[in-house]
Design a protein around this ligand. Sequence first.
Ligand SMILES: *Cc1c(COP(=O)(O)O)cnc(C)c1O
Length: 249
Amino acid sequence: MFLLKDGHVSNSITHTIQIIQENIRQAAHRVRRDPSGVRLVAATKTVPVADLEEAYRAGVRIFGENRLQEAQQKRQVLGTREALVWHFIGRMQRRKLKDLVGNFTVLHSVESTEQARSINAVAEKLGIQQAVLLEVNVGEEASKGGFTSQEVESGIEELDRLPYLKIQGLMTLPPWKENPEDVRPYFLQVRQLRDRLARQTWARVRMQELSMGMSHDYEIAVEEGATMVRIGTAIFGEREEAVSLNPVG
Ligand SMILES: *Cc1c(COP(=O)(O)O)cnc(C)c1O
């Protein structure tokens, strides 16, 4: 269910996705961005497979999961589908890295240099390169994982030397604000960090992606440069189970 701006309600996932894609297009146009530079990642924690199926039929091609086991079960049921990819957007426990690396196209939420080294080591064993984003804890909240902006800047040189990582950009989960306009300064801060890093020359790091914006604030995120928005509730409705936003998976 999705509350439309005119006060009507959309009950179909398909219709809701069309509306969200249109909102993304309009937000991009407002700041003269090409809307094709923004990808929709459907955040699917606790969402039943039938709803994922409908989202796929409506054109969604990236599912972002928070928990390994839940993702594995859904993938088994859905099977391989043309052009469908899975991203991991939740916190990553050390002992699960061996199952996460190589099984998700992008890991959005690398939270420390140590974790990056561990992912690099698993990827080396598998003989692959793993695409990742560095999570920036832009509000420096104790409840959230991630690098501070300063830690990214001071740590990136070492990360650039890890040969089995493809660092593609930054991800952030900014502090919750009732008014999404109040989140804008955080998005701006992460974009500016990305831009500063992108101007430097790196051996491997490619600072292009910005994974930011959720149901509540994705249009603002797009205006501030998001290349991936992670949207759950706005597509699939409120989650029944009380889950923490970024549960350890
Ligand atoms: C659940 C989740 C989202 C989506 O949040 P909604 O408010 O439901 O759109 C985005 N990112 C992460 C990391 C999440 O855990």
